[in-house]
Design a protein. Structure first.
Lengths: 219, 244
């Protein structure tokens, strides 16, 4: 049976739909930023940016950019009515102090126990961590958004991360282009496989044991 | 009469010494005190340790300090940007030491310095390469890493408005590290676009009270237009996949 992988926007839409009203959310740079484009219009959701913004709004119209109003990826953004600015130390208190409900982060690898590797590919690359480690330990729920397999075909869900770790046992849920995987004390629970993808096939494409999550329906 | 307003940017920077640790505000391009950093190149201090979130962008500010060979060590959270080529060249050539610090730890270490805290434990980085060699404990069931304060000899910050007592307010997300760095250095120099009379800043809204500020210097306002980073798109992790 054939199946199609979700596009990045489709994964982003899936994540956006799962964010409850009233949540304080940080979207990591790169792929997770796309989630902001798909937030349901009828929900009030507070986007946090590590550089001191709560209530971050969408990109400004061309010509309306302000060099002093940027997101964590250094792209121009806006502030929603009711939003706030604050300094860096307060911003990271929000993160580390457990005040954020959800952080959506990209990843190189996630382990069966929820270890996250997303800051450094090792080797000769210049290391750069930014706020990744603070988000990993601080947010109440860390959700990872990533392709299920690397370009080489290897599963990015692994027994033990081989890339340098960002945080230990921090990931609660993984949204991939094939399924949603919850990290539970009983192991990895798979749900919402893309249409046409069987559990057995998903298991074959994943480097570690999965089990089918309860009675969750396919999305 | 107390008057912290410096007559010129040169006068404001006159006592920066070789070997100094300089805390430089800014995140990406927002909040970087570019005029102060440019003037520091003219001033000539060398063998500097610079603390900044990033590693300079394009040809101005910290990037220009790297190009001029004045920086011995960079303490930073995210040096990997497409237009940080002057840092990258110096780093690859072994001319600059790099200390990578998780962003919240970087900020908190300066807060601790400004607040007289001797050290602190943080869960950030526990069990990772960035905690290697550091004391760690399990507190409240959570692994935590011991981190020490990060003091500056000089802080260079960019604010929007200031008065002669050194009170400051900022502009949007350009605030970022400014208030924390202002508290963490022996000498804090703030560049502002506007100097106002005492009382014109709302006391309920002053962000950095003047006790943390040594000098205020006015610089001309440039066009406020957003400048995309030179050399291509915005910052990305490796292959655009990493969060940071």
């Amino acid at each position: 049976m054939s199946y199609s992988k979700l596009t990045r926007d489709e994964i982003a839409r899936r994540i956006a739909q799962d964010i409850p009203e009233g949540s304080y959310v940080n979207l990591g740079i790169g792929m997770p930023t796309l989630v902001g484009n798909h937030l349901p219009k009828d929900r009030e959701i507070f986007l946090h940016s590590e550089n001191g913004i709560l209530g971050m709004g969408p990109a400004p119209a061309p010509g309306e950019e302000d060099a002093d109003l940027i997101n964590a990826g250094k792209e121009p953004v806006t502030l929603l009515t009711g939003g706030a600015y604050f300094h860096h130390t307060d911003s990271f208190a929000m993160m580390r102090g457990g005040h954020l409900d959800i952080a959506v982060l990209g990843a190189f690898q996630v382990s069966v126990s929820g270890d996250l590797a997303n800051w450094h590919s090792g080797g000769a690359a210049i290391p750069a961590v930014g706020g990744a480690m603070d988000l990993a330990v601080g947010a109440k729920s860390v959700w990872v958004m990533m392709e299920h397999r690397a370009k080489s075909g290897e599963s990015k869900i692994v027994d033990r991360c081989t890339y340098p770790l960002t945080g230990i046992g921090v990931v609660k849920r993984i949204y991939t282009d094939l399924a949603v995987i919850d990290v539970t004390p009983r192991g990895l629970a798979a749900s919402r496989m893309v249409p046409g993808l069987s559990f057995d096939e998903l298991q074959r494409l994943t480097g570690v044991p999965l089990h089918a999550a309860g009675a969750k329906a396919a999305a | 009469m107390v008057d912290k307003i410096s007559p010129s940017i040169e006068a404001a920077l006159a006592d920066v010494r070789d070997g100094a640790t300089i805390l430089v505000g800014g995140f990406g391009g927002a909040g970087v005190p570019e005029e102060l950093v440019d003037a520091l190149i003219e001033q000539g201090a060398k063998d500097l340790t610079v603390v900044n979130n990033n590693a300079g962008n394009g040809e101005v500010g910290i990037a220009a300090l790297f190009k001029a060979g004045r920086i011995r060590k960079l303490v930073c959270s995210y040096p990997r940007q497409v237009d940080s080529h002057h840092f990258q060249e110096a780093y690859r050539a072994g001319k600059v030491e790099l200390e990578i610090v998780p962003q919240g730890t970087l900020s908190e270490r300066m807060r601790a310095a400004g607040a007289g805290i001797g050290a602190f434990f943080t869960p950030t980085g526990f069990g990772t390469d960035l905690a290697k060699g550091k004391e760690a404990r399990v507190i409240d069931g959570k692994g935590q890493v011991l981190e020490y304060p990060l003091h500056g000899d000089v802080a260079l910050v960019k604010a929007e408005r200031g008065d002669r007592w050194g009170n400051l307010v900022y502009h949007k997300s350009a605030r970022n590290y400014g208030p924390t760095m202002a508290s963490a250095a022996k000498i804090t120099i703030a560049q502002v676009y506007e100097i106002v009379e005492l009382g014109q800043l709302d006391p309920e809204s002053i962000v950095t009270p003047g006790i943390f500020v040594t000098r205020v210097v006015k610089v001309p306002r440039k066009g406020g237009a957003y400048r995309a980073p030179a050399g291509g798109s915005v910052t990305r992790g490796i292959s655009g996949r990493a969060a940071a």
